[in-house]
Design a protein around this ligand. Structure first.
Ligand code: GLU
Length: 482
């Protein structure tokens, strides 16, 4: 076999959902691993469901994931003539025939079969017309569909993931390859395109296996060599049920808006059914390319576990360069109304420290805006639970002493803050926690967060003192927000 050529063939539906993104990734990894080509085909023959915006979403999603394609994309909507030429060929060779049956008659026959509990098949009424009858109908300009003739026997193929699969041809039926309005149907278009694009491997979801039998019959009828097929397993929800509309329909670019890093999404999607054969989970795309093989795709259904994606995203955040991280969280901070581009750009060193102290705790890029809100905004309520636990007239007394100490601190940095707090606690005869907890609540409004002295250094002396004074005031005035 020559150079590997694979493709992804999304129908524009307004988003590139997780199943298609995974098929795209597996095709891309396979192509890059084999030194082959990864092509893009837009299956946009259903005009009512395709628009430029929807097609742009596909391009943007693939680009976001870093799945670059070779050659110009193919649009099926521009190839209707090509498909019709193949339909003509099949009619000429006698592998297809015209069918003048009216939809209502076909429907009636289908319902009859259903009531008798037998599988409905086309009864070849039009195949069995006499030559005279066919000629008359053809001359009458009566619209007709074109059906492929499926001979007896079995359709067998050796799937690279599923193994050998077969279906009795009687179950395939003489299906329509061109509708009465002259438009070729999906399965014919796929075969024509895969052939003309010189596709060597068709890697797609196993919900397409039924189509594969039909497509193999079209290849046979056209005397063409079919490509190799690799059908990847379904993706199920965590409870092993079919993906719910919400999870399944989530578009790849929605993950970006939810605060996921593309590297994490790619890594996570790659592991939906594939593994490198050892216990590695976090991998770069280059590592994935090197280890990728179709044999290592598990034929069992894959489970979509969002908790795992969250964990993985956290791993990527921790490993991410802090400069890059600032740019990644920038849109979320601005969207939350916490800051501006100008501010971020002019306080880069501060921002580097901000991401450094928060990244350990963040799973999503959006977490920086949520968990780090108090760095930008000084108006916040004290968390109820913490308030009852850590604020009291006694703690207000400690905070006042702490304020004095902070005021006279020579350098307001982590080391000095720590020594100062320990010294003061020693003097007061209290445990450090008795001061640490009220301080954190006073400075952040919450009971959890990054190491206290780091966040104090980052907030700065003035801001820390202002917030501590406010907390003292709040306690002394009987817990009323000023
Ligand atoms: N348009 C099909 C889909 O979106 C792709 C079929 C194929 O890969 O052959 O599922």
């Amino acid at each position: 076999m020559g150079k590997v050529r694979v493709r992804i063939a999304p129908s524009p539906s307004g988003r590139l959902h997780i199943g298609t993104a995974r098929a795209a990734l597996f095709n891309w990894l396979f192509a890059r691993n084999q030194g082959g080509d990864f092509l893009l085909r837009i299956e946009d023959t259903d005009e009512s469901r395709s628009s430029k915006e929807m097609i742009d979403v596909i391009f943007d999603s693939l680009k976001w994931l870093g799945l670059d394609w070779d050659e110009e994309p193919i649009f099926q909507s521009k190839r209707l003539d090509v498909y019709n030429r193949y339909v003509e060929k099949l009619l000429e060779s006698g592998n297809a025939y015209r069918c003048w049956c009216k939809p209502e008659d076909l429907k009636r026959k289908q319902e009859e079969a259903k009531s008798k509990k037998i599988t409905s098949r086309y009864d070849r009424h039009c195949l069995n017309l006499t030559e005279d009858e066919k000629k008359k109908l053809l001359e009458s300009d009566e619209p007709y569909a074109v059906r492929i003739f499926i001979p007896g026997g079995k359709t067998v193929f050796n799937d690279l993931i599923v193994g050998e699969t077969s279906r009795d041809n009687s179950e395939i039926d003489d299906f329509v390859i061109a509708r009465s309005d002259g438009r070729a149907v999906y399965n014919l278009a796929v075969v024509v395109d895969d052939h003309e694009m010189r596709i060597t491997h068709v890697i797609r979801g196993n919900d397409h296996i039924t189509n594969t039998y039909k497509q193999i019959q079209i290849y046979k009828a056209l005397s063409l060599e079919p490509p190799r097929f690799a059908h990847i397993p379904l993706i199920l929800g965590k409870d092993r049920s079919k993906l719910s509309k919400r999870e399944g329909a989530t578009g790849v670019t929605d993950y970006e808006k939810m605060g996921y890093m593309k590297e994490a999404v790619v890594n996570f999607i790659a592991l939906l059914g594939w593994s490198p054969g050892d216990d590695r989970e976090v991998m770069t795309t280059d590592e994935m390319i090197v280890s990728f093989s179709l044999e290592r795709i598990n034929p069992a259904n894959a489970i979509l576990d969002i908790d795992k994606l969250n964990w993985m995203n956290g791993e990527y955040i921790r490993a991410c360069d802090n400069n890059k991280l600032i740019d990644l969280i920038r849109p979320f901070l601005i969207e939350a109304g916490l800051t501006t581009h100008l501010w971020i750009n002019s306080r880069w060193e501060w921002m580097l420290k901000f991401v450094a102290i928060l990244k350990e705790r963040c799973k999503l890029l959006t977490d920086f805006a949520e968990q780090g809100r108090y760095f930008f905004v000084d108006k916040f309520d004290y968390e109820e639970k913490g308030l009852n636990k850590y604020f009291s007239p006694e703690s207000a007394g400690y905070l006042k002493r702490w304020l004095d100490a902070l005021n006279s601190l020579e350098h307001f940095d982590v080391g000095n803050l720590e020594t100062s707090l320990r010294d003061l606690c020693g003097e007061l005869g209290i445990k450090p926690a008795a001061l640490i907890h009220p301080t954190r609540l006073a400075l952040t409004g919450t009971t959890k967060g990054p190491p206290l002295f780091d966040l104090m250094e980052l907030l700065g002396r003035q801001e820390c003192m202002r917030r501590l004074e406010r907390a003292v005031d709040f306690i002394e005035k009987g817990y009323k927000n000023a």
